[in-house]
Design a protein around this ligand. Structure first.
Ligand code: SAM
Ligand code: SF4
Length: 331
């Protein structure tokens, strides 16, 4: 019998994101600082350790959804094997990827039981892709999105919308949902260590809906009670779109996510400044269940204890940010 993980604000936590590696084959400006240092191989959780830790979350605490992320999960050679292990836990499993090498791994992932995939793409312009990700790769990612669809995967496309960088492409992304059963998710640009965030660079949820509404009429869909995204559909189009409004309309009260970094540190919020080292405890042969419980109980009411992301609190937010960039937290 499992006990749900409830924090001191009585929120129940059911979903776990596991970063399997902190390295990446892209270097997105909003995610990875130029001078990023990566973990050594022996510091990463092994495939067996990932499975053992995930099992405690599922068996003891009723976690019923896992997503693998990174860094870029597909740069790790045993990610397909990790997927195979985790599908044995019989709960929905997802993977978030930049899709640079998805064509090489897709069949293995499908055979391993993966049915849904989130792919990050911020532009349809190959030159702009190079500027944002500091690498060449638009054609590859675009082709791999179509390949995943062709092979019957449920596909979500994540776009980080940044003012004066790619906000002019919003409608192009919405139009992707006309003929494809894709779920496009527009993410407000969030502050992390070393990503040159500024409140003025955030293209807001309200602005997004205004811009989309100027061209298309759309309807609100019913969101899952723990969804972090607010979903919509343009009438009669195949796919849907959604907005993740972490900056202008945080959804902390209903967020049910916990996170594990690639070196096995547990975080109860994307913006946490406290972590619990589960991997070292596991390697010492200790029971990690009490550590997990204590970590969740210590969760802050909002934004990991950061002040609200208002223009007047920008300096405070930047000062108080966790030392981690997004690439080493896991998105
Ligand atoms: N490499 C994979 C990818 O890009 O999909 C998985 C890891 S990435 C850190 C996970 C998600 O976080 C991506 O969709 C990415 O766009 C998003 N992300 C990264 N930095 C962000 C930021 N500063 N604000 C909003 N979303 C961000
Ligand atoms: Fe890599 Fe994903 Fe971060 Fe881009 S968003 S640098 S692809 S981890």
């Amino acid at each position: 019998m499992s006990t749900p993980l409830t924090d001191r604000h009585q929120r129940v936590h059911r979903s776990l994101r596991i970063s399997v590696v902190d390295k990446c084959d892209l270097r997105c400006t909003y995610c990875m600082p130029e001078d990023q240092h990566f973990l050594r191989r022996e510091e990463l959780m092994t495939r067996e350790e990932i499975h053992a830790i995930a099992r405690v979350f599922v068996d003891h605490f009723g976690i019923n959804k896992i997503r693998l992320t990174g860094g870029e999960p597909l740069v790790r050679p045993d990610t397909v094997a990790i997927v195979r292990d985790l599908t044995q836990l019989n709960i929905p499993l997802g993977l978030t990827t930049n899709a640079m090498t998805l064509d090489r791994h897709l069949e293995g992932l499908i055979d391993g039981g993966l049915k849904s995939i989130n792919i990050s793409l911020d532009t349809f312009d190959a030159e702009r892709f190079k500027k944002i990700t500091r690498r060449d790769g638009f054609e590859k990612v675009h082709a791999n999105i179509l390949l995943a669809l062709e092979r019957g995967m449920r596909v979500k496309v994540n776009m980080v919308v940044m003012r004066s960088v790619n906000d002019d492409e919003l409608l192009r992304f919405v139009e992707l949902t006309q003929h494809y059963p894709i779920h496009v998710r527009f993410i407000e640009f969030m502050p992390f260590a070393g990503n040159h965030w500024g409140r003025e660079r955030v293209y807001t949820y309200a602005e997004m809906l205004g811009r989309i509404g100027s061209e298309h009429s759309f309807e609100k869909l019913t969101d899952d009670p723990h969804s972090t995204a607010k979903a919509y559909r343009v009438a009669d189009w195949l796919g849907t779109f959604a907005v993740i409004s972490t900056v202008t309309e945080p959804f902390c009260g209903s967020c049910d996510r916990l996170r594990l970094t690639a070196e096995g540190k547990m975080r109860n919020c994307l913006f946490s400044r406290e972590e619990t080292d589960l991997l070292s405890a596991l390697r010492r042969g200790e029971d990690i269940a009490p550590l997990i419980e204590a970590n969740v109980l210590a969760k802050h009411a909002m934004l990991g204890g950061l002040p609200p992301f208002k223009p007047e609190s920008q300096e405070e937010v930047l000062h108080d940010l966790s030392v981690r960039p997004m690439v080493s937290i896991g998105g």
